[in-house]
Design a binder for this molecule. Structure first.
Ligand code: C6P
Length: 409
């Protein structure tokens, strides 16, 4: 069956090394549909001005476009109010903001920050830094052999010492979907605050911050069809109101005196400097695209392709697969693997020569690599525009890798 979305993505019709592009690195960043590219072009052609600062019509229009993007984002994740949506550059910046403005003021010596061993470096290092400064400790939740968080780990690690639980909804290495609702309930029962890193979740699964009762949630636009340079921090209004600003400067103030300043109300308090209006416009259009495509349809395509790719990979004897098994409801189309006797970088280079884009390396998750006892993995990651043909081309090329580079051939 032909894919109903593929033709909306101009870059997918290009060739690389004279071969049609097979793009299987969606966990790193997604391609952008024509509608997002056009919306941004329209903004820069017809509406561009510095928002908030000008009293002239064009600046008012830029402000309106930016605030409309905030409203659309708030509705998309079911936030109570657009004031709870802070635009950042990306997930990394949003996590740093929380660690700085929420973590540092509340943490004390002996407090624990609970996180999983599969977190991305962006959800580890900001907490290491905050913990070092405050004498707090990072307490890791370890995974079972399929990459799931076991229930006992939630029970044992989230305790009365826990002040913060910070967890990725979906692992960027194993594609495992973690039991965040259970973790939120447990964390709240001990009075801890929960941050969900939705960078790999929100491109594929709907988010309802109210239903989850999550305290903070972060994601990047570029992994969900929007441009790079725009990200989102959601925070409950009461928490955000009590937090000091992260960056300071223009437009985040109420009044500036020679020796001190008062700060603007939400969300401006956390958005110092000229914002990325074009990026926010692109994000709003990406949200419209996802809403129109429908998460159900996105998941249906991805589930079929994930099962197909796992089945094909499992039939290659030299391939080791990591993460949940075929047919599991606990995983998405992020698939890590290795080819026996071949360095992942070599595998990726050979595939690249056939026009196939995959990621190889530690995927910014070195503690997980150490836990899995592998130096690196190859990773394919799927999105709504991928096809069975993409997988077939990938598998054909992968079979060459072992023939060319594997031990004893
Ligand atoms: N993972 C990957 O190839 P930024 O770079 O700020 O947009 O996103 C950081 C980030 C945070 N959390 C998770 C779970 C992620 O997967 C990522 C980004 C990409 O896996 C690039 S390293």
């Amino acid at each position: 069956m032909s894919n109903p979305f593929r033709n909306d993505f101009p870059l997918l019709n290009s060739t690389f090394h004279d071969k049609p592009l097979v793009y299987l690195d969606n966990a790193a960043t997604s391609q952008k549909p024509e509608s997002v590219i056009k919306a941004m072009e329209n903004y820069y052609r017809n509406q561009n001005a510095n928002p908030y600062r000008g009293l002239y019509q064009l600046s008012v229009e830029a402000t309106d476009a930016y605030e409309e993007a905030r409203n659309i984002t708030a509705e998309f994740i079911h936030a109570e109010s657009p004031r709870e949506i802070i635009f950042t550059r990306n997930t990394t910046e949003a996590l740093n903001l929380i660690a700085y403005s929420y973590g540092r003021p509340v943490l004390k010596a002996g407090d624990e920050i609970v996180l999983s061993i599969s977190e991305h470096h962006s959800n580890i290092i900001p907490w290491q830094q905050a913990a070092k400064e405050k004498g707090a400790v990072l307490s890791y939740i370890y995974l079972d052999k399929n990459g799931n968080i076991p229930e006992e780990e939630i029970e044992n690690k989230i305790t009365e010492h826990t002040k913060i639980v910070t967890i990725a909804h979906v692992s960027n290495v194993l594609g495992t979907i973690q039991p965040i609702e259970k973790m939120i309930q447990k964390a709240h029962s001990v009075g801890a605050v929960v941050i969900v890193d939705a960078a790999q979740g929100i491109p594929h699964y709907p988010v309802d911050v109210k239903k989850w009762d999550v305290d903070f949630l972060v994601f990047s636009g570029h992994k969900m069809l929007a441009p790079m340079g725009i990200g989102v921090l959601y925070g409950k209004e009461a928490l955000l109101n009590n937090m000091p600003p992260f960056f300071t400067g223009g437009e985040m103030i109420e009044y500036v005196y020679e020796q001190e300043a008062t700060f603007a109300p939400l969300p401006n308090k956390f958005e110092a400097g000229t914002p990325n209006v074009g990026g926010a416009v692109g994000l709003a259009e990406a949200i419209k695209y996802i809403n129109q495509a429908g998460y159900d349809n996105i998941q249906k395509i991805e589930e079929e392709l994930t099962d197909y790719a796992l089945k094909e990979l499992a039939e290659i004897p030299e391939v080791t697969l990591y993460g949940e098994t075929i047919g599991s409801k606990n995983r998405c189309g992020v698939i890590s693997f290795n080819v026996e006797g071949v360095h992942p970088h070599d595998t990726a280079s050979i595939l690249d020569a056939d026009g196939i884009a995959i990621r190889a390396g530690h995927h910014c998750a070195q503690p997980l690599m150490k836990y899995m006892d592998v130096p690196a993995t190859c990773r394919i990651s799927l999105y709504l525009y991928n096809t069975k043909e993409d997988i077939d081309i990938f598998i054909r090329s992968l079979k060459k890798v072992r023939r060319w580079l594997g031990d004893g051939n």
